[in-house]
Design a protein around this ligand. Structure first.
Ligand code: PAF
Length: 279
């Protein structure tokens, strides 16, 4: 496995692979890799001749400076995990390598068709602009045939699908299911910031989401939405930022549970956790 840190070396590597007609798979990540990422990587290695994993904590998608500073970083541990998985290249650039000073300070504009007006978009203004900015750059550089994203960041996935459609990008987006601990807690790089006690508390998020499935026969969308918020807020140490039940494609509010997904963001102490459940 080779670690590439510059755009120039990446371009050279990619054009050599294209000459050989190799299929390329990309798993974009911000590092602090866990078994959720590993499941994306496994699919990528199985489905392509060559696998690239990018490891880059993208500053333009953080609307909260403190969150950016505290985001866990450990390239060595990440590389160790990837080495044994059949990954060919890790692309780990610096922010300066990816952005000019101008790009860092300007807001990148993309027409999200309303997908960014709800949920994460409301609470993290500018976040998805930064995601589209970096993912479109990575796609231009790596020119993957397929790219792999986790369903835990469900809204991000919906937005990536729209980006590919609107920008006519020739890449297949592969949606990968959430990986959970045995306790139900969705795997996340942010879990590293939880204390043992918080980790136990955080398990209640998935428990409540799964329990809510049983209510869908007898209750309205509004009632289930309120129930989930109330149940999670009742637990000491958890505060819901939002819970919204929306259409799985448009992310707009729904009046029944067919094709619906519930997306939640919960603060566990100062750690912001997200999860979702399809009904
Ligand atoms: O999901 C993530 O880790 C990031 O948002 C991504 C897609 C790697 C872009 O920085």
């Amino acid at each position: 496995m080779q670690i590439i840190t510059t755009q120039k070396a990446l371009r050279e590597t990619v054009s050599a692979l294209k000459e050989l007609n190799k299929t390329i798979g990309l798993v974009p990540t911000m590092g602090a890799l866990h078994q959720g990422h590993a499941s994306l990587v496994r699919r990528c290695v199985a489905g392509n001749d060559v696998t690239f994993v990018s490891v880059f904590v993208n500053p333009t998608q953080f609307n909260n400076k403190e969150d950016l500073v505290k985001y866990p970083r450990n390239l060595q541990a990440d590389a160790e995990l990837l080495t044994d998985m059949g990954v060919d290249f890790v692309f780990a650039p610096t922010p300066e390598e990816m952005y000019t000073a101008e790009e860092m300070n300007q807001t990148f504009a993309f027409d999200f068709g309303g997908l960014d007006q709800v949920m994460e978009g409301k609470y993290r203004p500018g976040h998805f602009n930064g995601v589209v900015q970096i993912v479109s750059k990575l796609f231009r550089l790596v020119q993957p045939n397929r790219a792999y994203f986790g369903e835990k960041d469900y809204q991000q996935l919906a937005i990536i699908h729209r980006m590919v459609e609107v920008m006519h990008m020739d890449v297949q987006i592969c949606d990968c299911p959430i990986v959970r601990e045995q306790t139900g807690l969705a795997l996340s790089s942010r879990n590293q910031r939880l204390t043992e006690q918080q980790r136990t508390t955080a398990q209640n998020i998935a428990r409540v989401l799964f329990e809510s499935r049983q209510l869908t026969q007898s209750q309205t969308v509004q009632q289930v939405q309120s129930w989930v918020i109330e149940q999670i807020n009742r637990i000491d140490g958890l505060t819901v930022e939002y819970y919204e039940i929306v259409d799985q494609t448009t992310l707009q509010p729904v009046s029944d549970f067919s094709h619906a997904i519930g997306c939640v963001t919960v603060y566990c102490g100062d750690v912001r956790l997200i999860d979702n459940i399809k009904y």
